[in-house]
Design a protein around this ligand. Structure first.
Ligand code: NI
Length: 167
């Protein structure tokens, strides 16, 4: 396994749309294992392949308090949305920024697991938020793009300044 580099907003590669995975093989499972290790090392609850510069529809999520409930979603599709909820979100690609985003309160998602088996999951709460956040990444969308232009400009300026300082 390996810890992968996580692209940092506003890296333009975060805006590339991810392609469907046509064949789930050992390379896919290696990617999933590396993404999980990367997510756990960064203490995140979700990671999309887009964030590690792999533009395929692969997501890992673990919202458990003790990193014991890894969920893998390949080629995910939301087939039901219910209600609306405003929750604070953060993102490993946008460190230190936490903002409220409105999303569906509950979703039903269908996807393939790391063995290529299809499953359907009803999710609510943090898991539902996380699924929608990560699926946005696969479309090339970062959560701050749900905010006003003014807020987005402020966040971009703040992060660019921080990145310059770190360089
Ligand atoms: Ni994110």
């Amino acid at each position: 396994m390996a810890i992968l580099e996580i692209l940092q907003y506003p890296d333009p590669r975060l805006h590339l749309p991810a392609a469907r995975v046509e064949k789930i093989d050992d390379a896919t499972r290696q990617l999933v294992a590396d993404m999980a290790e990367t997510m756990y090392a960064a203490e995140g609850v979700g990671l999309a392949a887009t964030q590690v510069n792999v533009h395929q529809q692969v997501i890992v999520i673990d919202v458990s308090p003790d990193q014991t409930d890894l969920r893998v979603f390949i080629n995910p599709e939301i087939i039901r949305r219910e209600g609306l909820a405003l929750n604070q979100e953060g993102c490993l690609s946008v460190p230190g920024i936490y903002e409220n985003v409105e999303r569906a309160d509950a979703v039903t998602v269908t996807a393939l697991d790391a063995n290529g088996a299809r499953f359907t999951l009803n999710a609510s709460g943090l898991l539902a938020t996380c699924i929608q956040h990560e699926m946005d990444h696969l479309l090339g969308k970062v959560f701050v793009e749900h905010l006003s232009e003014l807020k987005q400009n402020r966040i971009r300026a703040k992060l660019k300044k921080r990145q310059r300082k770190a360089a």
